[in-house]
Design a protein around this ligand. Structure first.
Ligand SMILES: C[S@@+](CC[C@H](N)C(=O)[O-])C[C@H]1O[C@@H](n2cnc3c(N)ncnc32)[C@H](O)[C@@H]1O
Length: 232
């Protein structure tokens, strides 16, 4: 955020992501950032976002929070050409990978917010999102770090109004304490109906899931769990 107005920082949520930079970008990645990011990024600012202008002719709108290496987002965009997908990711290399994915696949139905998803969510119209993906969010495994986890009651308060009634949200993690905490948070909220009817519904990856490199590394302390919710 580059605004000098400090009002936006007063109630700023704790940072839910780790590093935004890592190893230096490759020359190709640097060129993509310099030459194509402006084509695909959502402009900074506080103006409300008009999805029909962002995605002319699209019938549905999805949001992926923390797309990482962008494998899931780009593949979903290719599979669902009638859908506009906003991807949020503050990690620079992830953004560069998304740009490479757009270039390689021609997925023109993606728009990027290379930053914390939360200020972007605040700018979305109410009842505008058909689907939200929160896949393997930063686990913050130590107890004293749990307050940095993205899924918290205040976050659901901000996100819920932006989802259409009947819309869907998918949460996945391979960290047991996050799985427990997130499920309790969603169910305790009362506005998200858990769609699992049998254990395999949360133990097995959903049929439309796209496995990412991060997920394949299995860095957590349990097998992945998949929680699909319908918005009441
Ligand atoms: C552990 S990675 C998983 C990436 C990807 N979802 C996957 O499954 O491969 C979590 C990602 O979420 C991003 N993230 C964390 N908090 C975020 C936030 N508030 N807004 C947007 N992205 C966020 C991090 O930068 C990180 O790249």
């Amino acid at each position: 955020m580059s605004s000098a107005d400090d009002s936006q920082f007063r109630d700023r949520p704790l940072r839910s992501f780790g590093r935004t930079g890592g190893r230096p970008l490759s020359p190709r990645q640097r060129a993509l950032m310099a030459e194509t990011l402006n084509t695909w990024r959502i402009a900074e600012g506080e103006a409300p976002i008009v999805l029909s202008e962002l995605f002319p002719g699209k019938a549905a709108f999805w949001l992926e929070i923390g797309f990482g290496g962008a494998e899931h987002m780009i593949t979903q965009a290719r599979r669902n050409p009638g859908t506009g997908i906003i991807g949020c990711e503050p990690f620079l290399e992830g953004v560069a990978k998304a740009l490479a994915g757009i270039e390689e696949t021609g997925a023109g139905n993606v728009r990027l917010w290379p930053d914390d998803a939360r200020p972007l969510i605040a700018r979305l119209p109410d009842q505008s999102l058909d689907r939200v993906f929160i896949l393997f969010p930063d686990p913050w495994p130590k107890r004293r770090q749990h307050k940095r986890r993205l899924v918290q009651p205040a976050f659901l308060d901000a996100l819920y109004p932006k989802l259409k009634p009947g819309g869907h949200l998918r949460f996945a993690t391979d960290v047991k304490s996050y799985a427990d905490e997130a499920l309790l948070t969603f169910l305790g909220d009362g506005r998200f109906e858990w769609l699992a009817a049998a254990a395999d519904d949360w133990r097995c990856a959903p049929a439309d899931h796209v496995t990412t490199r991060y997920e394949s590394k299995q860095l957590g302390d349990c097998r992945p769990v998949w929680f699909d919710f319908r918005v009441r």
